[in-house]
Ligand binder design. Sequence first.
Ligand SMILES: [Zn+2]
Length: 282
Amino acid sequence: MESAVLDFESDYFTLFKLQEGVYAAIAKDHSITGANAGFFDLGDYVVLFDTMTAPKATQDLIRGAQFCCSKEIRLVINSHFHGDHIYGNHAISPSIPIIGSLDTVKMIKEYTMENLAKYQKEARKEIKSLDVQLKTETDSSKLFEINSDLDFYLTISQHSYNLRLPDLIFNKELQIQGSKRSVQIIDVGAAHSVSDSIAYLPDDEICFMGDLLFENVDPSWLDKKSVIPFAVNPKNHLKVLKKYADKELKYAVPGHGKLAPSKLIFKSNIEFLRLKYPDAFS
Ligand SMILES: [Zn+2]
């Protein structure tokens, strides 16, 4: 059973030790840092899976890896192109390569960058409005949210801000062989997004699933008007979930939400896909 790393503090996430050398960073319940991440010790170095959103959250991940494994992060994986998983890329030292699938890189260039430019355009206005909110808000969790948003907008409006693209681009599958452990980075193709990569640690029976899994599938997302992106290719999404559900993993780490028994989380997500996209399964 996982245990929280109690002597490590971050405002953004709780660290859980899943196995010796394998950690999940589960976001605390604040909007801007909603995406989870994780890292694993391959023997001589640590690999980070996703970089979160807030710059300080990424710095905490780097600190967490050093704290738990006494080693440096030497490689970073981007699960998919959605900003909440990769905006933290800019806080990764240029000497540390970032890995992404062919289509993830394409989508970051075509979509994430464009989206970011929109945020950058709105930054001045947003900063002004957040400053006003700061003066009147008294609720501590709201204050944290406002400060995180402020930090985000201030960071992206700096001239030096650069959303790093992955430097190592792979097609379909990549195995990283460490001295103690190996990890398979698998691009499952279009499922939740145009390209979703997972980090599978077969010997540990652990898989970091990115946004292929949500711990808490909200029934309100079933509403046709809901804009929550869940699956661009529901058929393939379902196929992948079934495949990994069959492996009876010890842990399937979701892209959002808490850790939960893998059997339950796969079941609820598969059921949700069927309800949301009945046409795709007829
Ligand atoms: Zn996503």
